[in-house]
Design a protein around this ligand. Structure first.
Ligand SMILES: CC(C)(COP(=O)(O)OP(=O)(O)OC[C@H]1O[C@@H](n2cnc3c(N)ncnc32)[C@H](O)[C@@H]1OP(=O)(O)O)[C@@H](O)C(=O)NCCC(=O)NCCS
Length: 399
């Protein structure tokens, strides 16, 4: 008990806490020391197989990555009467500024967005409305946060991934979006080498980090994706947004897996295979390995898929077979890294067809509780309509 009070800045003789709706309660960016304190607090929920110090090191390592280096803010809900450095953290979260795209009326615009993560209230302070108050304050702050050098004065949208169902965040404007996945089992090298009866699958090529950069994220490829968004916007009215699937996103996810691999599998070479692809049909995916609290929770996530929309039934068959071959390569990689599953989010009908080639019992799971992709749209106030479509709602956007 004593240790906790030292580590968390709460003394055992703490006077009463402020009411969540008190005007004295404010949401502020944490000082570097308070950020570490908030990480210590939430380690109870999220350190997984790491000890607290290693978990803090993980967070600091991720903070150094280009994706979030300049745009990460740790927010804390505190009593304004307490002096900086001695403030009791009532609730906390993080926001990450990211590059995004808006398509509207046939035009595509670069816009910023924020991802919200690590929403936390320590167990002994729960059910007193602190997280509610924090999210109410946060939603107001994010409208103008870090908008200084942007074309617009106000942000258009922010995203988060709820692990506590669809209702909690919806109260504060983060509306649940499509949150489904397909999960496949890992396969051993022997299984991989065996043919699948009735299906001719080419072997997929393993992609290293540089391959992912060239095949999925170079300027030309990103420009083509921007063009897809523009085309979609010409065809149907209403705002469309996407988080830019740039290389920094993949590097951030890989920094995470490499950190875990180094701590948990130091006897092994680092995980250098970062995806798989088929150059003939130009189908590619990038993945990362997610190390859970126990090996049963280890998952190889496909972060992002890329393929050209087929224009004929035979083209469609070729693309589905290439996706299947790539998924098979992912299943092998999952086996080699002791993952319990391969998972990919919001599968298109073509991906569903590919998964069924490998496992006829594979089904689309619609999540109700964990990783609910949620988006708060404030574009209506800026004349962009009340509805928005989220393009490329895939795992790479998670933070
Ligand atoms: C989720 C969490 C931040 C809520 O903090 P809190 O300060 O207790 O939340 P509030 O008191 O403001 O809750 C307001 C309402 O939110 C809802 N709520 C709170 N926790 C919830 C949970 N775990 N699941 C679903 N709804 C929840 C309830 O409707 C609650 O109202 P009620 O008390 O009348 O039932 C806290 O439980 C926590 O830190 N949990 C562990 C980490 C976590 O799961 N974070 C969310 C990651 S997406």
């Amino acid at each position: 008990m004593k240790d906790i009070s030292i580590a968390t800045g709460v003394s055992n003789s703490e006077p009463s806490l402020p009411a969540a709706d008190s005007p004295d309660v404010i949401l502020v960016p944490a000082t570097p020391e308070e950020r570490i304190e908030s990480i210590k607090l939430n380690s109870v929920a999220w350190k997984g197989p790491l000890d607290v110090q290693t978990y803090i090191a993980r967070e600091n390592h991720l903070h150094q990555q280009r994706l979030v280096k300049d745009g990460l803010t740790c927010w804390i809900l505190v009593d304004r009467n307490q002096p900086e450095g001695k403030r009791t953290i009532l609730s906390s979260c993080e926001t990450y500024k990211k590059k995004a795209l808006l398509a509207y009326d046939g035009q595509v615009e670069d816009v910023p967005t924020h991802g919200v993560g690590s929403v936390y209230c320590r167990p002994e302070f729960r059910r007193q409305g602190y997280a509610r108050r924090m999210l109410e304050e946060l939603s107001k702050k994010l409208d103008t946060w870090q908008m200084d050098n942007e074309r617009r004065d106000q942000s258009l949208f922010t995203v988060l991934f709820s692990d506590i169902g669809k209702n909690f965040y919806a109260q504060y404007g983060w509306r649940p979006f499509s949150s489904s996945h397909i999960s496949l089992k890992p396969i051993s090298r022997e299984e991989y080498d065996q043919a699948i009866p009735g299906i001719k699958l080419r072997m997929a090529r393993a992609l290293f980090a540089e391959d992912v950069r060239t095949c999925m994220c170079d300027d030309e490829v990103l420009e083509k994706q921007r063009e897809l968004l523009r085309e979609a916007s010409k065809k149907s009215p209403g705002a469309k947004v996407a988080i830019k699937p740039d290389y920094d996103h993949f590097v951030w996810h890989w920094a995470r897996e490499e950190f875990y691999a180094d701590k948990l599998y130091s006897h092994r070479d680092p995980p250098v295979i970062k995806g798989a692809g088929d150059d003939t049909s130009k189908v590619y995916c990038a993945w990362n390995r997610n190390f859970g609290e126990t090996p049963k929770e280890n998952t190889l996530f496909i972060l992002r898929w890329m393929y050209n929309e087929p224009t004929s039934p035979s083209d469609s068959q070729v693309t589905a077979e290439a996706i299947a071959a790539i998924l098979r390569r992912a299943q092998l990689e999952a086996h080699e890294w002791n993952m319990a599953a391969v998972e990919f989010w919001n599968p298109t009908p073509l991906m569903q067809k590919a998964a069924a080639m490998l496992d006829p019992s594979a089904e689309v799971i619609h999540r109700e509780k964990s990783s609910i992709a949620s988006l708060r749209w404030t574009g209506a106030e800026q004349g962009l309509g009340k509805d928005v479509e989220w393009f490329w709602n895939e795992k790479y956007t998670w933070c």
